[in-house]
Design a protein around this ligand. Structure first.
Ligand SMILES: [Zn+2]
Length: 80
């Protein structure tokens, strides 16, 4: 089974590793925060990546397309 790869913050990320994607930009008020204004992409094993707005939009679109494919029977039994 193949999962598309998406480029986030210089890393090619398989969609199946994503748990969720933040809808709003990160803000925590810390002066030396490196992630402020970026969108959190939560991965398995307590990992996170930080996407810019374009990457976030591209990820959401890719996830929608991928989930849609799986739900419409793209997963198994395709050889008729
Ligand atoms: Zn922060």
């Amino acid at each position: 089974m193949e999962s598309p790869l998406c480029l986030v913050d210089d890393k090619h990320l398989p969609l199946y590793r994503i748990l969720w994607v933040s809808d709003t930009p990160h803000f925590c008020g810390e002066e030396d925060c490196m992630c402020e204004g970026r969108y959190e992409v939560r991965l398995e094993a307590d990992e996170s990546l930080w996407a810019n707005r374009d990457e976030r939009d591209m990820l959401i679109a890719a996830l929608n397309r991928w989930c849609g494919d799986v739900e419409s029977g793209g997963l198994e039994g395709g050889e008729l």
